[in-house]
Design a protein around this ligand. Structure first.
Ligand SMILES: [Fe+2]
Length: 368
């Protein structure tokens, strides 16, 4: 069970946690931006507990495998006994991989080895309310330019600090797009063919928290920021069970083609996917059947505080429009690239079958 620290004044609670852990040397994964945030101050001061902190910052926004390798080297050469991270998706991905790889054979490629559980404590502080990475067994890194998904239960952090103060200085575009990422996680997990009662309860809770706190969060109100961090964490717990679906499968190429943020791209896709799916339940591929899926859409409507799924999809569209985010302009050759880009494995989690023509049609609706 993951331990979550949320108290406004968390120093003494964290002191107790790190003392109990018995850690003597922590590898802290963070970039320069994290230095300005309150949790960094906490780690800088751990010397008073006799804990040494070794900082690791040798990684970029789409972290390379080689960065992780140098992190593993730093962890082992310094004799570290715990990993911590402060950051958005990238710092957390790097920390998760360092933890997983640290006990593996450094003489050969970690990605080709069988991963195993290890007891290295992993403590993370998310600095955006979006990815939910602090709650999942997934990490993404790049090897020779190709995206690699690392999945293992051992990389779910044991403890998380949700400090709403880190969101105070979050730039507006990141603020909007990370919130949309969390909302897409909650919605996609809800309709995923892998959904469970537990994952659906997480999705419902996350959707309600996001909708109830969106205005306050966009105005940088501390209490709403705290609730949005919690919502992203809960949505992360939902996708940890189900994984994401077509919205995420279709969004990855949009980020690289148009340079837009991940959550922005995911919401562009979900905005069109959502109404399409409701109108095409006859193409249901969820083994639990069409009426099960219709019931799920009715539950999603309730979570959105709407009387029908159509209304919920419209609410999603209106919410997106209200954020005034740009819609990229595409030309015909883009559509050729896009329709070939969708990961078929991820599409299998989607309850409605999407063939290549449908995906092409959806991309034409998504883009200008
Ligand atoms: Fe995402």
């Amino acid at each position: 069970m993951q331990k979550i620290f949320t108290a406004e004044d968390y120093n003494s609670a964290l002191d107790g946690y790190f003392k109990d852990l018995g850690a003597k040397k922590i590898l802290l994964v963070c970039d320069a931006f994290a230095e300005n945030l309150r949790p960094y101050g906490y780690f800088s001061d751990l010397g008073r507990l006799g804990i040494e902190v070794i900082r690791f910052s040798d990684f970029g926004p789409n972290p390379e495998y080689d960065s992780v390798v140098s992190g593993v080297k730093s962890f082992n050469e310094n004799g570290c006994d715990a990993v911590a991270a402060i950051g958005g998706g990238s710092a957390l991905d790097v920390a998760k991989c360092i933890k997983l790889f640290a006990k593996m054979d450094s003489g050969s490629n970690f990605l080709e080895q069988q991963a195993a559980f290890n007891n290295i404590p992993l403590f993370v502080v998310p600095t955006t309310a979006g990815t939910g990475s602090e709650a999942t067994r997934f990490a993404v890194i790049y090897f020779n330019g190709a995206k690699q998904s690392v999945t293992h239960d051992s990389i779910i952090p044991q403890a998380v600090l949700l400090d709403a103060e880190v969101l105070k200085s979050l730039p507006e575009y990141q603020r909007k797009s990370t919130m949309l990422d969390a909302l897409c996680h909650a919605a996609e997990s809800f309709w995923s063919v892998n959904s469970t009662e537990e994952s659906k309860a997480h999705s419902t809770k996350a959707i309600r928290l996001i909708l109830d706190n969106m205005d306050g969060y966009l105005s940088n109100i501390p209490e709403a920021n705290a609730n949005m961090l919690l919502a992203a964490n809960i949505a992360g717990k939902a996708i940890n069970i189900t994984q994401t679906t077509a919205g995420h499968a279709m969004c990855y190429k949009l980020t690289s083609l148009y340079g837009i943020a991940h959550g922005h791209a995911a919401a562009l896709c979900v905005k069109e996917l959502f109404p399409y799916m409701i109108s095409n339940v006859d193409k249901c591929i969820d083994k639990r059947g069409r009426s099960y899926l219709e019931d799920t859409f009715a539950d999603i409507a309730l979570a959105f505080d709407c009387s029908s799924a159509q209304e919920a999809a419209a609410r999603f569209g209106k919410l997106f429009k209200g954020l005034e985010l740009p819609v990229p302009k595409a030309d015909e050759k883009d559509f050729e690239i896009l329709k070939k880009s969708v990961n078929p494995v991820r599409l299998k989690n989607n309850p409605i079958e999407l063939d290549e023509d449908t995906i092409d049609m959806l991309y034409h609706k998504i883009l200008d």
